[in-house]
Design a protein around this ligand. Structure first.
Ligand code: ZN
Length: 147
């Protein structure tokens, strides 16, 4: 189930996944469950906390494909900002504009525990920032400047 605001869990910080946990049954099941829920909800991004797990795992749609990022970190962000009307599966019915960096660099682990680095611009960059905020207990509604 996708938990919704004002559930207090959404305000908690998620903990890093240990490298040896990645291939374990708990994380495998978590990723499978996240894929199932995001598909059901037809979403483009999801953080583990949204299905009740305080782990630093996110799903982001990149190039039309849902990819898993474990312990994601933004290593660079552009000064130039952009904004689109955002929504969140955990905040049904709410939409609003949030300033985000237009371009970012991300470092993370993939499902096999391999380190990946990528750059994102535009919508995928926004999704990354939105999902990584979830790992800190931050919701997009905290940052809306225009409805
Ligand atoms: Zn969200």
């Amino acid at each position: 189930m996708i938990i919704v605001y004002p559930d207090k869990l959404l305000r908690q910080k998620s903990s890093p996944v240990k490298p040896e946990e990645i291939s374990g049954p708990e994380i495998k099941k978590l990723i499978a469950d996240m894929r199932e829920w995001i598909k059901k909800a037809d979403g483009v991004g999801l953080a583990a906390v949204q299905i009740g797990a305080l782990k630093r795992v996110i799903l982001v749609e990149v190039d039309g494909e849902l990819k898993v990022f474990i312990n994601p970190k933004i290593t660079r962000k552009s000064w130039k900002k952009t904004a689109i009307e955002e929504g969140c599966l955990s905040v049904p019915g709410k939409h609003g504009y949030v300033n985000r960096s237009e371009k970012i660099s991300v470092k993370a682990l993939d499902e096999s525990g391999k380190e990946i680095k990528l750059r994102a611009a535009g919508v995928p960059a926004i999704i990354f920032q939105h999902e990584i905020d979830h790992l800190e207990g931050i919701l997009f509604i905290d940052k809306i400047w225009k409805k």
